[in-house]
Design a protein around this ligand. Structure first.
Ligand SMILES: C[S@@+](CC[C@H](N)C(=O)[O-])C[C@H]1O[C@@H](n2cnc3c(N)ncnc32)[C@H](O)[C@@H]1O
Length: 329
């Protein structure tokens, strides 16, 4: 049995495992092990790395079950490590992304806790999405990470809601377009609008999230205005923003939609109490990186009310994400 002090130390070492994962992803180690076991000397040669240093990082990750050291200094991929292969849609881009700028911002988490403001802005000199707009490579990685993070949830949202009453669905902050693609696939009567910053629209136009027939691609700023439509879908968008900014986006939806229009937020609700949940990690990442937050149902209800909308119902999906539906108040 590990003592409380050993357990807490393990938690405190989380950063080391996190960065070690990023390193082996950047070096492409999981892909080099797809064909079977390899020596660390071969892996170091293939990745222009120092074999002794690479060995130490792989030994740490083997202790966490990512690799298996099947004979001295020879590693195989485990099922856990295989989730990082580049041919598996999954967490590799997300782990890479979160351990880049977000990681650096996290070093200043105390600033966020003292001020309530995103540490990212202090460390990088501009807000997260402004910074991404000026760093296309990181913006592309961000969009790939969103695809990875979205696995399964787009289908779950598209399945769980009845889109028949609507004609024109606007996916605000739709990024790579995976959700809109799933909605349009199931609802041939619908037209779509993919609305995002130029980097998001570019990813969607290049087909990052699948086919987008009957779609207008619109680059813009949802704090300024939003395109007309009778259904607004915002998946993992409102969680990026504090209440004031979120209200501004929702007020723009309210202004642009007809009286029978609806707004759907697709978000993961924060569970009550001490229940372990990944969303509690995402929430603190939002605090430090974008200044956003994860919310409870009651918090979404008051956000809608402040924007002239009312929360109608929360629709569960097959996954952890819920659909929070609102109409004009
Ligand atoms: C967390 S991502 C979610 C993307 C996508 N909806 C998904 O579920 O994967 C937030 C999206 O909002 C977009 N965004 C951020 N600021 C924006 C703005 N001012 N106007 C329009 N889109 C914006 C980002 O480019 C990004 O694609």
């Amino acid at each position: 049995m590990t003592s409380p002090s050993q357990q807490i130390m393990r938690l405190g070492f989380g950063f080391a495992a996190s960065q070690a994962l990023r390193v082996i992803i950047e070096l492409g180690i999981p892909d080099l092990l797809v064909t079977g076991k390899r020596s660390v000397i071969e892996l170091a040669a293939a990745t222009q790395s120092n074999s002794e240093a690479l060995y130490r990082v792989m030994r740490l990750l083997a202790a966490e079950g990512v690799f298996s050291e099947v004979s001295p200094r020879h590693f195989e991929l485990t099922d856990l490590g295989a989730a990082l292969r580049c041919d598996r849609p999954g967490p590799r881009d997300f782990i890479h992304m979160i351990n880049s700028e977000a990681y650096l911002a996290f070093e200043q988490l105390l600033h966020s806790v003292r001020s309530g403001k995103p540490a990212f802005d202090k460390v990088f000199g501009s807000p997260r999405f402004d910074w991404l707009s000026e760093h296309p490579e990181q913006a592309a990685l961000f969009q790939r990470a969103m695809v990875a993070l979205s696995q399964g949830s787009n289908e779950a949202v598209a399945e769980a809601y009845d889109f028949r009453p609507f004609t024109r669905v606007v996916d605000l902050g739709g990024g790579h377009g995976q959700l809109l693609s799933e909605i349009l696939k199931r609802n041939p009567h619908l037209d779509g609008v993919l609305f995002d910053l130029p980097s998001g629209v570019a990813a969607a136009q290049q087909g990052a999230g699948g086919a987008l027939p009957r779609t207008d691609f619109v680059a813009g700023d949802f704090f300024e205005s939003v395109p007309a439509g009778d259904l607004y879908v915002l998946k993992k968008v409102i969680h990026d923003w504090d209440d004031e900014r979120s209200e501004a986006i929702l007020r723009n939806c309210r202004k642009a939609m007809p009286s029978n229009g609806k707004v759907l937020l697709a978000e993961t609700l924060v569970p009550p109490g001490d229940q372990p949940s990944q969303i509690k990690y995402v929430d603190v990442v939002m605090l430090a990186v974008t200044g956003g937050l994860e919310r409870t149902e009651a918090q979404y209800a008051s956000l809608f009310a402040a924007a002239g909308l009312k929360l109608n119902r929360v629709i569960p999906t097959q996954g952890p994400i819920s659909i929070i539906e609102a109409s004009a108040a």
